[in-house]
Ligand binder design. Structure first.
Ligand code: ATP
Ligand code: MG
Length: 232
């Protein structure tokens, strides 16, 4: 099922970023976007839940906790509904235009977060198949950090930006975050061709370097030097 897409004429490249809270996903996605654009590749950054107008409305319900009463299975359905809208309106059109799509969380986050919450993996597979409509990542960058480090980063970011308290999923117990970390690593182990696991405990520049190497290795000759030559 991996790297399978609707149609044969889809020229773009689809990279997802996964990992726990505060792993560095958003930071690193921005850096990879500049890197690819400097090499002449049109690149969009998007995120889940959300990434399209319809899905952003569902994001609000999910992250505020308003959907919590639906239970993990209902939440999983909302994630799938948001993902379907995001694929249809943002991801697939960009891939069809030949662009690189960098997505902050995707279906693996549902497998991990709703799987950890007790939803049957077979049920999650069905929802995923329906939601992604054949659009699957070419490469998934898993930024791995122990949750106590990630949560500490998120807390200091919140203090700096006055962005309010933790969201619905950040607020879970440390044990829950630890189980999610293990599930992400297990997923990576069971899909070794698609995943690159990056040590997110390193300083941000080192993480950036490791991600570049993983992307260059995965897409071999496709990156090139572009008009501007390599940065830093
Ligand atoms: N390698 C790193 N070392 C130290 N701090 C980092 C590193 N990477 C990112 N940070 C800082 O940690 C905080 C969290 O980073 P970022 O927002 O990129 O993580 P995230 O994985 O997107 O988090 P979230 O799951 O909350 O969206 C930010 O304040 C960021 O500047
Ligand atoms: Mg983020």
């Amino acid at each position: 099922m991996e790297q399978h897409r609707i149609g044969q004429d889809v020229q773009g490249r689809f990279i997802t970023f996964e990992g726990g809270e505060g792993a560095g996903k958003t930071t690193q996605i921005k850096r990879l976007k500049s890197y690819l654009e400097d090499r002449g590749h049109k690149t969009i950054v998007t995120r889940e839940p959300g990434g399209s107008p319809g899905a952003e409305k569902i994001r609000e319900m999910l992250l505020s906790g308003a959907a919590r009463d639906l239970g993990p299975r209902g939440e999983a359905m909302l994630f799938a509904a948001a993902r379907a809208d995001h694929v249809d309106h943002t991801i697939l059109p960009a891939l069809e235009r030949g662009e690189w799509v960098l997505c902050d969380r995707f279906a693996d986050s549902t497998r991990v977060y709703q799987g950890e919450a007790g939803v049957d993996p077979a049920y999650l597979d069905l929802l995923e198949t329906a939601a992604v409509a054949g659009v699957r990542p070419d490469l998934t960058i898993l930024i791995d950090v122990p949750p106590e480090i990630g949560l500490q980063r998120v807390n200091s970011r919140a203090a700096e930006t006055a962005s309010g308290g933790p969201d619905r999923f950040e607020a879970d117990d440390l044990k829950v975050h630890e189980r999610r970390r293990v599930l992400f690593l297990e997923l990576a182990r069971s899909h070794p061709q698609r995943f690159a696991v990056i040590d997110g405990r390193q300083d941000a520049d080192k993480v950036t370097g490791d991600i570049r190497k993983a992307v260059e290795a995965h897409f071999a000759l496709e990156i090139g030097e572009g008009a501007h030559g390599p940065r830093d």
